[in-house]
Design a protein around this ligand. Structure first.
Ligand code: ADP
Ligand code: MG
Length: 373
């Protein structure tokens, strides 16, 4: 186990004489023994960050420490990390048992010791009856379990996983998610898991690292990321369907500044945004917190598509100015494509973003202010 420190970590690729910044100065501390997920859209620098942790990529700048050991200049085999990739990398001419035990064999662990660890890993991953098979006889999901098994037996200080499930179908994905979490518990190690899928990030992790074009956007536990996103980018990337964001303007009211947008008026604490009267800002509200025909605020939206999800439905709508606006509801009475409905919400669920997309206030704080004497 190890706490992983990233200090101003940076990677620039030079392609045909042009510099391309893949990782742009990331500093954070991945807690010892945690399950930490790096998430963000394709190309935001997830794999490059993980490869630098593994020692497969040399940083252009910054340092990496495992506890107080500076590993920046160490080779992969000197770091005691194990990595599993998206594309399954097994030796086709070796049995499952030989594949899982290969790293141990290289390390000179005798056969009896190897077998014990292999069988323990196989049991955790529920592949005991596959041990004597060849990789080609296994399904994709089973093959990825074998890859996880070979990481497991190395007893690494850190287990690094790069989208290990993205090639699997939904059912296998769900199964393997549970295996990976079981593996984390059994191994009692720091896991750094890379995914572009925010649902995986939210459901599996203790901490989430959200990247945006090589920069750290937010680093927080899942619930904090959901409840208190520090930017419109975080609010929209985390949670499904995406947070509704619509424009508003800062105006001066009798008892302080107001934000008005699409039928919503929010009173701001004195001082906040007072110097920005006339500026365009934006308001955000999660579809889960929108109710039809109730709430302190509301706007008229036109229903476009109703997407049933079992107990609830996602109602995809548009505001009068054409901004997409989604509602999650279980009550579909009067909700039909083409109809206009009132999408209501309370101050406590609003996010207020400045023109640059940074969060300036959370409705929960504003609601408290309003309620206080
Ligand atoms: P992610 O894993 O989040 O999809 P990557 O870390 O793979 O993103 O890539 C980040 C950026 O760096 C991308 O723009 C990608 O094209 C670029 N990149 C990654 N690896 C290389 C490389 N070996 N050479 C040049 N550019 C690269
Ligand atoms: Mg990647």
């Amino acid at each position: 186990m190890a706490t992983i420190h990233l200090e101003e970590l940076r990677k620039v690729f030079s392609v045909g004489g042009t510099d391309h910044v893949a990782v742009d100065g990331i500093s954070l501390e991945i807690p010892d023994g945690s399950f930490t997920t790096i998430v963000g859209p394709s190309g935001c620098g997830k794999t490059t960050t993980l490869r630098m942790l593994a020692g497969l990529e040399t940083p252009t700048g910054g340092r990496i420490r495992f506890d107080d050991r500076d590993v920046t200049d160490l080779r992969p085999q000197e770091r005691n990390v194990a990595m599993v990739f998206q594309s399954i990398a097994l030796y086709p001419h070796m049995t499952v048992r030989e594949n899982i035990g290969y790293a141990l064999k290289i390390d000179g662990v005798p056969k009896a010791g190897r077998d014990e660890k292999i069988e323990e890993a196989a049991e955790t991953l529920q592949i005991t009856d596959q041990l004597e098979k060849m990789p080609s006889e296994l399904s994709g999901g089973q093959q990825q379990r074998v890859a996880l098994g070979s990481a497991f037996v190395q007893d690494p200080d850190a287990l690094l996983l790069d989208e290990p499930m993205s090639d699997l179908d939904a059912k296998l994905k769900a199964e393997l998610r549970v295996e990976v979490q079981r593996l984390h518990k059994e191994l009692d190690t720091t896991v750094v898991y890379v995914t572009h899928d925010q649902t995986e990030a939210m459901t599996m992790s203790d901490h989430v690292v959200l990247l945006n074009e090589g920069r750290l956007e937010q680093f927080a536990p899942p619930t904090e990321l959901f409840d208190r996103p520090t930017s419109a980018y975080a609010a929209r990337f985390i949670g499904t369907p995406s947070t509704n964001v619509f424009e508003g303007t800062v105006e001066s009211g009798e008892s302080g500044p107001l934000v008005k947008g699409q039928g919503t008026t929010v009173r701001l604490p004195t001082g906040a945004l007072a110097d920005r009267v006339g500026e365009t800002v934006s308001l955000g509200v999660r579809p889960q917190y929108v109710t039809l025909d109730s709430g302190e605020h509301g706007l008229d939206v036109t229903v476009e598509v109703v997407e049933p999800l079992g107990t609830e439905s996602v109602v995809h709508c548009r505001t009068a100015d054409g901004t997409p606006f989604d509602v999650v509801t279980s009550d579909l009475a009067g909700v039909d494509p083409g109809e206009t409905v009132r999408a209501g919400f309370d101050t406590e669920h609003l996010y207020l973003f400045d023109a640059g997309g940074e969060t300036v206030a959370f409705g929960a704080d504003l609601a408290e202010l309003e309620g206080s004497p």
